[in-house]
Design a protein around this ligand. Structure first.
Ligand SMILES: Cc1ncc(COP(=O)(O)O)c(C=O)c1O
Length: 389
């Protein structure tokens, strides 16, 4: 199989598997006071320290969650509630329209159920929010903004956002900015302290760690209202028994991903450039999504729209040839919908129906790209015929 869907999930790294396996047979709830509990607590705290060091954060800024989705929900809902509780006028939420559904739907839920007034920040044709756009939205009335949320790197088109500049604008007005950095870690430099963000989401299974573990990095001055109530773990912000084996493996993966980031960007970025060339040679009318400048996009991402094709047809035809990729778009009640991300960049809906995302990762090889290069021309031809019939 040729696996070109690492942005959906990437294989666990050997060091993460080893770290997790070693912990699976160790008993002890990290909240228990006896020796077994204290041992588990020590293991968790060591992992917390190493995760924090890898991400430029303080250990006390890490709130472990059951993945990126939960961390996004905690940031968006929790910060909204705490800011509105402190001042009922703060009900405006500023969000980019290219967010992952974990942010997008949390924001929309706040609008439907909690009286939030959502303002979608316009993006350019690469899906980027310019700091001036954020400033303009904030200055209209800084006092009514609960929070802003703009992802660090887009999971579909790979565009990087000017997170540090955006955070500087938000900080100037005392507004918390959250960034979903799930796709950014290990591919671009992510330093929580240097970014100036209030909160940042990371996830284990996108960087070679296990599924079901993630974290919200949270500046000490912010205290979101919890989404989950219970034992009061993690600064009273996220209750639930800590998953020691997953936490240890997540930290091991993060250490590896961050330590090898530059080499990854060079090698995988090179393969990605070859992939783009191959697709363009086979389908000259394919439109590259996101920023064409490699400095402005994730090194492992390539996104295309194929005129006259349905993304699902392309995906299934490639799947039949043993190649796994993604359309990036959602399916509602069995009907394929163009991606909200691609539409937000101004791509016409007809073209936005024919998208494919190829995402590379630590197991990708030149052979994978060669197999795709062979297949993509005939597949596009078949899909186009199916689209016309
Ligand atoms: C940008 C982004 N945010 C959040 C998530 C959700 O993370 P998780 O799968 O850990 O819940 C994903 C996963 O697809 C993602 O790509």
């Amino acid at each position: 199989m040729v696996y070109l869907d690492h942005a959906a999930t990437t294989p666990m790294l050997p060091e993460a598997v080893q770290a997790m396996t070693a912990q699976l047979t160790v008993t002890g709830n990290a909240s228990s006071l006896h020796a077994a509990g204290r041992r588990s607590r020590r293991t968790v705290e060591e992992a917390r320290e190493s995760l924090a060091a890898a991400l430029g954060a303080r250990p006390s800024e890490i709130v472990f969650t059951a993945g990126g989705t939960e961390a996004d929900n905690l940031a968006v809902k929790g910060l909204y509630w705490s800011r509105r509780d402190a001042d009922p006028a703060r009900t405006r939420v500023l969000a980019s329209p290219v967010e992952h559904h974990a942010v997008l739907d949390a924001v929309e839920w706040l609008a439907t159920h909690e009286g939030a007034r959502v303002e979608w920040l316009p993006v350019d044709s690469y899906g980027r929010v310019h700091p001036d756009v954020l400033r303009e939205a904030v200055v209209r009335n800084p006092a009514d903004v609960a929070l802003a949320t703009v992802m660090w790197a887009n999971n579909e088109i790979g565009t990087l956002q000017p997170v540090t500049e955006l955070a500087a604008v938000a900080r100037e007005f005392g507004i918390p900015l959250h960034a979903d950095a799930v796709q950014a870690v290990g591919q671009t430099e992510v330093d929580f302290a240097a970014s100036g963000l209030a909160a940042m989401t990371v996830s284990g299974h996108k960087i070679g760690g296990p599924y079901g573990i993630g974290a919200l990095l949270l500046g000490r001055e912010w205290a979101p209202v919890p989404v989950l109530h219970g034992g009061g773990q993690e600064r009273q912000v996220r209750s639930g028994t800590l998953d020691t084996p997953a936490i240890v493996a997540f930290a091991a993966a993060a250490r590896h991903a961050v330590a090898h980031r530059e080499e990854f960007a060079r090698e995988i970025g090179g393969l990605r450039d070859d992939l783009i060339k191959a697709v363009r040679a086979a389908a000259p009318d394919a439109v590259l999504g996101g920023d064409p400048d490699p400095a402005g996009r994730l090194p492992a991402n390539a996104h295309f729209s194929f005129p006259g094709c349905e993304g699902d047809s392309l995906l299934l035809l490639l799947d039949a040839r043993g190649i796994a990729c993604s359309t990036g778009s959602a399916c509602t009640a069995g009907v394929a919908q163009p991606s909200h991300v691609v539409l937000a960049t101004g791509t016409p809906p007809e073209l936005a129906r024919g998208t494919l995302r190829f995402s590379l990762g630590h197991t990708s090889t030149a052979e994978d790209v060669a197999v795709l290069a062979e297949a993509i021309g005939p597949v596009v031809e078949r899909a186009r015929q199916a689209g016309l019939s």
